[in-house]
Write a protein that binds this ligand. Structure first.
Ligand code: AHR
Length: 494
């Protein structure tokens, strides 16, 4: 039997895994906001200020640490003033990137920020740079964060919100190399400097957290230019976007895929490790003191839309393949916790690798939801670095590491280990040396199913749910775990 030996260490200087690595993303795209989050106060679907109660409950249980809004590409077309004040007076606009549908602006800044308060999630506002002005941007900041006695604070109060909101993060444009304005990095670096100069948070005691629109996948030149040209006093985070797919031009079905397509998808998902390594090397060169964080504010699986749905709405099902993407990607982020401080799965509801799907009054939790929930034990816990040589998942002459692991110790000294076996047909046994960590008992949960293509449906929403996991033993300081094919396991020390 194939046994992988894993060295688990507990160095004093190991980083804390920021809970913000487990962030989410909600864009005005397809049915993410409308029908997903927001149904309006007059809906028959039970809601709080227009937001579905079932969604609020599920996201609270998930412990969503931050939520990015309103885009995506939509962000650089969005004019915040269109989404404030009485709903009946709000102007309409065309959502040019996503299906060309008319946006009525009924879900705006107040709705979003109040929702974040309910979810106890930090808002991550992606502000318009591509089709806006410095003045529009700074007035927006003043509107949401200025306490009192300023023109924008007065306007906010007139619209029913007395206190300013606390804004965790500000995105300065999105995908400025593409839908944000097709800019060169040199041009954007200058624009960024201009916008960032005028950004001041009027209430936040920890100051402004500004995220520069980052590279597309392996565009290392983009990161190089931003890190070189933007003074460290003007930037707190630099972004990176990377999606997983079979190939960009032939994405294939979300559920009707074969093993070759699964293998290719995992190949792009596991690339995340190399991407972070290389972007981090550039960041280290210009920022050896780690003042700037790497923010992977869009990641996840991207397939063809479900049959009969609007191609501009990016609605796709979510299978065990997505659970594999989530489990391995989150392990990669955990293991890079010293530089990756935030990430946002694209997107929360009904779009791309969603954690929730809705259909009228029905709602289901996807396998990705369950993985993210199983992993939330890592939030703000201390990383326990792992070292091991993974066995290979071989397919048609190519291979990938089949095992992915990350571990952490929380403030109560409880150890959590998350393990993924992506192999489509082989089980794998992993042996971890836990002697130094001093625990003799553990409990576990597993997410697994018969077929990779399995998923939850509105008729069978609990087809895939986490189960109690017992296929492990601890003997003489060694924890031995047997992972079935395409499974995700999280163990907790007792
Ligand atoms: O998440 C969908 C889209 O993907 C976003 O709007 C954009 O930023 C990216 O290209």
């Amino acid at each position: 039997q194939n046994v992988t030996n894993v060295k688990l260490t507990n160095p004093d200087d190991a980083p804390i895994i920021s809970k913000h690595i487990y962030g989410h993303f909600a864009e005005h795209l397809g049915r993410c906001i409308y029908g997903g989050f927001y149904v309006g106060e007059d809906s028959d679907i039970p809601n709080t200020n227009g937001v579905r109660n079932d969604v609020i409950k599920a996201l609270k249980e998930l412990k969503v640490p931050n939520l990015r809004w309103p885009g995506g590409c939509f962000a650089d077309t969005y004019h915040w003033r269109d989404g404030i004040g009485p709903k009946e007076d709000r102007p309409e606009m065309v959502n040019r990137w996503w299906g060309g549908v008319t946006e009525d602006n009924s879900f705006g800044t107040h709705d979003f920020l109040n929702l974040c308060e309910v979810l106890e999630a930090e808002p991550y506002l992606a502000a318009n740079v591509g089709s806006s002005t410095v003045q529009e941007f700074t007035e927006y900041i003043q509107y949401v964060t200025h306490p009192d006695g300023s023109p924008m604070a007065d306007l906010r109060k007139k619209n029913g919100r007395e206190k300013p909101w606390s804004i965790g993060f500000w995105g300065v444009g999105n995908e400025m190399w593409g839908c944000g304005g097709n800019m060169t990095p040199e041009y954007y670096a200058n624009i960024y400097r201009q916008y960032a100069t005028f950004m001041s948070d009027w209430t936040n005691s920890h100051g402004m957290y500004r995220v520069a629109s980052g590279a597309n996948v392996a565009d290392y030149h983009w990161t190089e230019v931003l890190m070189r040209e933007i003074p460290k006093s003007l930037i707190e985070g630099v972004a990176l976007h990377s999606y997983s797919f079979v190939t960009w031009s032939k994405k294939g079905s979300a559920t009707g895929f074969n093993e070759a397509q699964y293998f290719s998808t995992m190949e792009t998902a596991l690339k995340m490790d190399e991407l972070i390594k290389k972007h981090t090397e550039i960041m280290d060169k210009y920022d050896p003191e780690h003042k700037v964080d790497l923010i992977v504010d869009e990641w996840g699986g991207w397939y063809e839309v479900e049959e009969g749905t609007n191609p501009g709405f990016l609605y796709q099902q979510n299978t065990m393949r997505d659970a594999m993407i989530a489990g391995t990607t989150l392990n990669i982020f955990n293991n890079w916790a010293h530089r990756v401080k935030m990430a946002n799965l694209a997107q929360t509801i009904n779009v791309l690798q969603a954690v929730i799907l809705t259909e009228d009054e029905k709602m289901l939790l996807t396998p990705t939801y369950h993985v993210m929930k199983m992993y939330n034990v890592h939030h703000d816990a201390k990383l326990l670095p792992v070292e091991f040589e993974s066995p290979k998942y071989e397919f048609e002459g190519k291979s990938l590491p089949s095992i992915s692991i990350s571990a952490s110790k929380d403030k109560n000294n409880v150890v959590h280990i998350s393990l993924v076996n992506i192999d489509a047909s082989k089980e794998n046994t992993v042996e971890l040396d836990v002697e130094a960590l001093g625990f003799k008992k553990a409990e576990g949960q597993i997410l697994v199913s018969k077929k990779l293509q399995d998923h939850n449906t509105f008729d069978n929403p609990k087809n895939i749910v986490p189960e109690l996991f017992k296929d492990f033993k601890i003997k003489k300081g060694k924890l031995s775990v047997t992972l079935p094919p395409f499974s995700v396991v999280v163990l907790e020390s007792k």
